[in-house]
Structure formats: C-alpha cells, structure tokens
Design a protein around this ligand. Structure first.
Ligand code: ZN
Length: 416
C-alpha cells in the first residue's frame, strides 16, 4: 500500500510523456518562459520578491489537548534582528536555502551550457515543472469562481499540485460532501478523468493534534482555505507577526486568516513527526524538514518543520496568479516544496540557532508526538475560516550566490 493511505492505491497509468533532450532544449528556446524561470531562480537564491522563509517561534499552543487541526491554536512570532538604528527586522532566509538540490539543478539547466539531471526522478521533476510553465493551467483554477469547496479541492489537486510533482496520484479527503457524485470526472470545463481518488487523509496523535488534511500528495499535507466565510474582526494575533501590517493591508490580502494559518502550522508540525516515524527512522529520508502547504483561491503559503532540530519556517502569503497568468516564483517554490524528498537539503547551519520551542511547549509529551502519531484516525472534524496577514520587510540571510559553482551536492548532470 502506498504511504499516502488506502486512497492512493488506485494508481492511474502515467501518460506517455516527452522525456527527450529535445523537450528540454525546446523550453530553453522559448525566450519569455526561460526568462521568467531565470527570474524565479534568482529570487529563490537571493530571497528577493518575497521568496523567503521566516524563522518562527511558537509562543502559545494547545498541542497538549486532544484537538482537531481546525481547532489547533499555534501562535507564532518571527525571530528578529536589529538594524544599526535598533529597529527590528524579520530574520529571513532565501527560500532556495533549504532546497539546494533543486536550486543546483535549475542553475545547471539555465547555464550557458545547459545540463539536465542524469537521475530519472530528478529529470522527471524538472520536466514536470517546465511542462507546467508552458501550459495554460490557470484557466481551470481561475474559472473556479462558482465552484464549491469540494470541487475546488479537486481542481487544485488535479491542475496545480499533481502536475508539479513526480507522484502520479493524490488523495482527497473523503469527508467532502458531494464529490462521490461527480468523480472520477474533474469539475473543470475539460471534465477529464482525474488521477486521484477520495480517501482517508487523517493523521496525528489522537490525544493531541490530529485531523484530516484536505489533500495528500507526494507525502505533503495540503490544506485549503476557502474564502467565502466572513472575516472575523476580533482576531488575536501575536504582535510581532502582524505589527507592521495595517488592518487595511490585512483585509486586502484576505485569503489566509489566522485560523487557517494555525491549522496549516499544526498539520505541518504533526506531519513532520509522521514522516520521521514512517521514513526517517527507516532511512528513507535524510532530514526531517518537511513542508506543509496552504492554498487559498489566490495565495499559497508554505510552512516547514524539522522535528529533529525543532526549527519552524514559514513563507509569506505568495500570489498564485499575476496578470492573466500564474506567478512563476510561487510555482517554482511550490514545486520545490512538493518534491522536497528530491530537492530538500534540510535546515542550514545558522537556522539551528533559532528553535521553534515546540519541544519546550509540549515537554515530556514530545515522546508522544514522536511515537504515537499515526495515520487513519476515525474522529470527525469540521472546517473553519477567518483572516490575517504577514509583514513583508526583513533582512535576508543564507542567500545562495546565483552563479556559485563550488558546491558538491552529489547531483550528476549531463550536457544537453
Ligand atoms: Zn480538470
């Protein structure tokens, strides 16, 4: 059985794909797409254009109560550093700094003498990204204004997540009402047969945080924020997180509310413990920095937790769409996160100094999170929605030199 649970045992045959060198060469000839990918690569290396991770500390949590993810409380604040005038700046890390394998592959591919990975899985991942960037994928996502939450979950899984991963299937939470009637047909205009299935997406520690993620794909838990609920004006937000965001700015980006963010945080933390138990301890995972993804109709957010080192990272709320098109930066960082088993290189040395303090918050119950997290729970939990935002200013650390060529990541490339 696949590690995604029973739902993903229904495998669909992979479509015949163009894996030839000429596919890669053809992409590089497309000036605009190539340039947009180069810009995304540079942003990921430098931490520009919001391609950063903040380093977070848990201030308050209800992780010791038996709570569903939708009721998880996980208040965080950003680690800061001071400018010379003593004004605080968020401590930011270039988003590429935890995905050095992926960055290396992009660098070699975009070099004057382009190279592609020799390894089949790495090569397939790169092909999937390029293929996605070339296609008009946004229509199925953009035309989704009228569809309900369950149908939208299918569109996101089918048209955004799966095309960016090396997986060939996904599991959608089978608690969604009404999907059984329409599946296996996709609710988009094309109405193609979907590559995923409904299934049990639950996981967690039953006496602590637990619940179901909306979508499981390629060993990543994805949570959807559905924005139709009215925003809650009495939100309690830790001051350091929102201090420089005015209330109007919060409303303008009204896509992820505070509760959604805490839910993704809790899921990310628990899923990291689950991956440690299922894979790291068996030698199938080099490190425990495991991402969790939140998707709203317009934004994406990525958290990442290392449950060995107790380090928690969080992205900004990134735009999924720009002018009539997808945002390349966001797509590329989602691609890196969704394929973290190939591209992820774990936390950097300097991140180790900034602990999330989750270990302290749960005390001796850390052992329960380490040992008792499991899949396929049987409790029922509801969804919920509200509103908040993130600051965007800070100082970027752990940048990657855009043209550096002195790394040895053990990735074999060959000339195109
Ligand atoms: Zn579709």
């Amino acid at each position: 059985m696949s590690e995604e649970g029973a739902g993903e045992t229904t495998r669909v045959k992979r479509q015949k794909i163009d894996d030839s060198d000429s596919f890669f060469r053809d992409f590089l000839k497309k000036e605009i797409e190539r340039e947009l990918l180069e810009e995304a690569y540079t942003s990921l290396c430098r931490g520009s254009s919001d391609m950063v991770f903040r380093i977070l500390k848990v201030m308050q949590t209800n992780a010791l109560l038996s709570e569903g993810f939708s009721r998880a409380s996980c208040k965080v604040k950003m680690y800061e550093k001071e400018r010379t005038d003593k004004k605080p700046l968020a401590r930011l890390y270039a988003a590429g700094s935890i995905f050095k394998n992926g960055i290396y592959i992009l660098k070699k591919f975009l070099a004057p003498n382009p190279e592609v990975p020799v390894d089949g899985e790495q090569r397939e991942a790169l092909r999937k990204l390029l293929n996605f960037l070339l296609q008009d994928h946004d229509s199925a996502l953009l035309e989704s204004e009228k569809c309900d939450e369950a149908q939208w979950a299918v569109r996101v899984a089918q048209h955004l997540l799966l095309p960016l991963t090396v997986a060939d299937s996904y599991t959608i939470d089978d608690y969604y009402d009404g999907l059984k009637k329409i599946l296996p047909q996709c609710p988009c205009k094309t109405g193609e047969r979907i590559n995923g299935s409904l299934g049990d997406t639950s996981f967690g520690w039953i006496d602590g945080w637990h619940g179901r993620s909306d979508i499981l794909v390629n060993s990543v838990a994805v949570d959807l924020a559905y924005p139709d609920m009215p925003a809650d004006d009495d939100l309690e937000v830790c001051s350091s997180v929102s201090s420089s965001v005015s209330s109007t700015e919060v409303k303008a980006s009204s896509n992820f509310n505070e509760k959604d963010q805490q839910q993704v945080l809790a899921q990310t933390i628990v899923f990291s413990f689950l991956q440690r138990k299922e894979n790291k301890l068996k030698g199938n995972l080099k490190h425990c920095l495991v991402p969790g993804i939140g998707i709203s109709k317009k934004k994406a957010v990525i958290y990442s937790y290392d449950c060995d080192e107790d380090v928690l990272l969080g992205s900004t709320q990134m735009d999924l769409f720009g002018y009539k098109s997808i945002c390349y930066n966001t797509i590329v960082v989602l691609w890196l996160a969704l394929n973290y088993k190939i591209f992820g290189t774990g936390i950097t040395e300097s991140m180790k100094n900034y602990k999330a303090e989750f270990f302290n918050r749960v005390g001796s119950f850390l052992e329960n999170y380490r040992n008792d997290v499991t899949r396929t729970l049987c409790k029922k939990h509801k969804r919920s929605d509200e509103d908040t935002g993130w600051t965007k200013n800070g100082a970027v650390e752990d940048k990657i030199a855009v043209n550096a060529d002195n790394e040895d990541l053990g990735i074999k490339m060959k000339r195109l």
